[in-house]
Write a protein that binds this ligand. Sequence first.
Ligand code: ADP
Length: 163
Amino acid sequence: MKKAIYAGSFDPVTLGHLDIIERASHLVDVLVVAVLENPNKKSLFTVEERKQHLELVTADLPNVEVASFRGLLADFATEIGATVAIRGLRNAIDFASEYQMYLINRKLNHQLETIFLAADEEHLSLSSTNAKEIAVFGGNIDFMVPEQVRPFVVQKYQEMHSV
Ligand code: ADP
Protein backbone atom coordinates (compact mmCIF):
# COMPACT_ATOMS: atom_id res chain seq x y z
CA MET A 1 0.00 0.00 0.00
CA LYS A 2 1.42 3.37 -1.04
CA LYS A 3 0.88 5.99 1.65
CA ALA A 4 1.78 9.64 1.07
CA ILE A 5 1.85 12.70 3.25
CA TYR A 6 1.05 16.27 2.21
CA ALA A 7 2.08 18.64 4.98
CA GLY A 8 1.58 22.36 5.38
CA SER A 9 0.21 25.11 7.56
CA PHE A 10 -3.16 25.29 5.74
CA ASP A 11 -3.96 28.53 7.57
CA PRO A 12 -6.45 28.53 5.82
CA VAL A 13 -6.55 25.77 3.21
CA THR A 14 -6.71 27.33 -0.29
CA LEU A 15 -8.07 26.14 -3.63
CA GLY A 16 -4.41 25.61 -4.61
CA HIS A 17 -3.88 23.20 -1.69
CA LEU A 18 -7.15 21.44 -2.50
CA ASP A 19 -6.14 20.93 -6.13
CA ILE A 20 -2.86 19.32 -5.00
CA ILE A 21 -4.78 17.13 -2.51
CA GLU A 22 -7.23 15.93 -5.17
CA ARG A 23 -4.54 15.20 -7.74
CA ALA A 24 -2.26 13.47 -5.22
CA SER A 25 -5.15 11.34 -3.95
CA HIS A 26 -5.31 9.73 -7.42
CA LEU A 27 -1.62 8.79 -7.32
CA VAL A 28 -1.50 6.87 -4.04
CA ASP A 29 -3.58 4.47 -1.97
CA VAL A 30 -3.79 6.72 1.10
CA LEU A 31 -3.02 10.42 1.33
CA VAL A 32 -2.51 11.90 4.79
CA VAL A 33 -2.96 15.67 4.79
CA ALA A 34 -1.05 16.82 7.85
CA VAL A 35 -1.26 20.18 9.59
CA LEU A 36 2.14 21.21 10.88
CA GLU A 37 1.91 22.46 14.47
CA ASN A 38 4.41 25.26 14.75
CA PRO A 39 4.16 26.99 18.13
CA ASN A 40 6.57 29.73 16.93
CA LYS A 41 4.36 30.73 13.99
CA LYS A 42 1.35 32.93 14.72
CA SER A 43 -1.67 31.44 12.98
CA LEU A 44 -5.19 32.66 12.27
CA PHE A 45 -6.79 29.27 12.98
CA THR A 46 -5.94 26.71 15.66
CA VAL A 47 -4.63 23.33 14.56
CA GLU A 48 -8.01 21.77 15.44
CA GLU A 49 -9.86 24.36 13.32
CA ARG A 50 -7.52 23.78 10.38
CA LYS A 51 -8.05 20.02 10.68
CA GLN A 52 -11.83 20.54 10.69
CA HIS A 53 -11.58 22.69 7.54
CA LEU A 54 -9.50 19.99 5.82
CA GLU A 55 -12.00 17.29 6.89
CA LEU A 56 -14.81 19.35 5.34
CA VAL A 57 -13.11 19.95 1.99
CA THR A 58 -11.85 16.36 1.64
CA ALA A 59 -15.09 14.67 2.77
CA ASP A 60 -15.70 13.41 -0.79
CA LEU A 61 -12.18 11.95 -1.15
CA PRO A 62 -12.36 8.48 0.47
CA ASN A 63 -8.62 7.80 0.57
CA VAL A 64 -7.69 11.11 2.21
CA GLU A 65 -7.05 11.31 5.97
CA VAL A 66 -6.38 14.41 8.03
CA ALA A 67 -3.80 14.58 10.81
CA SER A 68 -1.48 16.98 12.59
CA PHE A 69 2.09 16.70 13.80
CA ARG A 70 4.87 18.52 15.58
CA GLY A 71 8.52 18.28 14.69
CA LEU A 72 10.04 16.82 11.56
CA LEU A 73 8.11 15.66 8.52
CA ALA A 74 10.77 12.96 8.03
CA ASP A 75 9.98 11.52 11.48
CA PHE A 76 6.20 11.81 11.18
CA ALA A 77 6.34 10.02 7.81
CA THR A 78 8.15 7.08 9.47
CA GLU A 79 5.66 7.09 12.36
CA ILE A 80 2.65 6.73 10.05
CA GLY A 81 4.35 4.52 7.46
CA ALA A 82 4.30 7.07 4.62
CA THR A 83 6.96 6.62 1.94
CA VAL A 84 6.04 9.58 -0.26
CA ALA A 85 5.94 13.30 0.52
CA ILE A 86 3.77 15.42 -1.78
CA ARG A 87 4.71 19.06 -2.37
CA GLY A 88 3.19 21.72 -4.58
CA LEU A 89 5.25 24.04 -6.79
CA ARG A 90 3.98 27.44 -7.89
CA ASN A 91 7.13 29.13 -9.13
CA ALA A 92 10.94 29.28 -9.00
CA ILE A 93 10.86 30.59 -5.44
CA ASP A 94 8.87 27.54 -4.31
CA PHE A 95 11.27 25.35 -6.27
CA ALA A 96 14.34 26.77 -4.53
CA SER A 97 12.98 26.23 -1.02
CA GLU A 98 11.23 22.94 -1.81
CA TYR A 99 14.37 21.51 -3.41
CA GLN A 100 16.39 22.29 -0.29
CA MET A 101 13.74 20.67 1.85
CA TYR A 102 13.78 17.62 -0.42
CA LEU A 103 17.56 17.24 -0.01
CA ILE A 104 17.29 17.55 3.76
CA ASN A 105 14.37 15.11 4.00
CA ARG A 106 16.32 12.59 1.94
CA LYS A 107 19.22 12.77 4.38
CA LEU A 108 16.91 12.44 7.38
CA ASN A 109 14.74 9.66 5.97
CA HIS A 110 16.08 7.51 3.09
CA GLN A 111 12.73 5.74 2.75
CA LEU A 112 10.90 8.97 1.92
CA GLU A 113 10.57 9.98 -1.75
CA THR A 114 9.20 13.39 -2.72
CA ILE A 115 6.73 13.98 -5.53
CA PHE A 116 6.37 17.58 -6.73
CA LEU A 117 3.09 18.54 -8.36
CA ALA A 118 3.09 21.71 -10.47
CA ALA A 119 0.36 24.15 -9.48
CA ASP A 120 -2.50 24.65 -11.88
CA GLU A 121 -2.18 28.03 -13.63
CA GLU A 122 -5.42 29.17 -11.98
CA HIS A 123 -3.77 28.77 -8.57
CA LEU A 124 -0.34 30.26 -9.24
CA SER A 125 -1.03 33.41 -7.26
CA LEU A 126 -2.82 31.72 -4.37
CA SER A 127 -1.38 31.43 -0.90
CA SER A 128 -2.86 31.37 2.58
CA THR A 129 -1.04 34.64 3.26
CA ASN A 130 -2.62 36.35 0.23
CA ALA A 131 -6.06 35.09 1.20
CA LYS A 132 -5.65 36.53 4.71
CA GLU A 133 -4.39 39.86 3.37
CA ILE A 134 -7.55 40.19 1.25
CA ALA A 135 -9.96 38.86 3.89
CA VAL A 136 -8.75 41.22 6.60
CA PHE A 137 -10.09 44.12 4.50
CA GLY A 138 -13.33 42.33 3.69
CA GLY A 139 -12.25 41.55 0.10
CA ASN A 140 -13.61 38.73 -2.02
CA ILE A 141 -11.75 35.45 -1.43
CA ASP A 142 -14.10 33.29 -3.52
CA PHE A 143 -11.32 32.46 -5.99
CA MET A 144 -8.85 31.64 -3.21
CA VAL A 145 -10.50 29.60 -0.47
CA PRO A 146 -12.84 26.58 -0.80
CA GLU A 147 -16.51 27.47 -0.39
CA GLN A 148 -16.96 25.47 2.83
CA VAL A 149 -14.09 27.33 4.54
CA ARG A 150 -14.90 30.91 3.46
CA PRO A 151 -17.49 31.56 6.21
CA PHE A 152 -14.93 30.59 8.89
CA VAL A 153 -12.40 33.07 7.50
CA VAL A 154 -14.99 35.87 7.30
CA GLN A 155 -16.24 35.08 10.83
CA LYS A 156 -12.71 35.06 12.27
CA TYR A 157 -12.00 38.57 10.98
CA GLN A 158 -15.41 39.82 12.10
CA GLU A 159 -14.63 38.55 15.62
CA MET A 160 -11.21 40.19 15.55
CA HIS A 161 -12.65 43.52 14.37
CA SER A 162 -15.37 43.49 17.02
CA VAL A 163 -12.86 43.16 19.91
P1 ADP B 1 3.95 26.33 4.54
O1 ADP B 1 3.62 27.79 4.49
O2 ADP B 1 3.90 25.74 5.90
O3 ADP B 1 5.15 25.92 3.73
P2 ADP B 1 1.71 25.92 2.85
O4 ADP B 1 0.48 25.47 3.49
O5 ADP B 1 1.75 27.31 2.33
O6 ADP B 1 2.82 25.55 3.83
O7 ADP B 1 2.07 24.96 1.62
C1 ADP B 1 2.15 23.59 1.73
C2 ADP B 1 2.51 23.04 0.37
O8 ADP B 1 1.52 23.43 -0.57
C3 ADP B 1 3.83 23.52 -0.20
O9 ADP B 1 4.41 22.47 -0.94
C4 ADP B 1 3.42 24.65 -1.13
O10 ADP B 1 4.37 24.84 -2.16
C5 ADP B 1 2.12 24.10 -1.66
N1 ADP B 1 1.22 25.16 -2.11
C6 ADP B 1 0.85 26.27 -1.45
N2 ADP B 1 0.00 27.02 -2.19
C7 ADP B 1 -0.17 26.37 -3.36
C8 ADP B 1 -0.91 26.63 -4.59
N3 ADP B 1 -1.63 27.76 -4.74
N4 ADP B 1 -0.85 25.73 -5.58
C9 ADP B 1 -0.10 24.63 -5.44
N5 ADP B 1 0.64 24.31 -4.34
C10 ADP B 1 0.60 25.18 -3.32
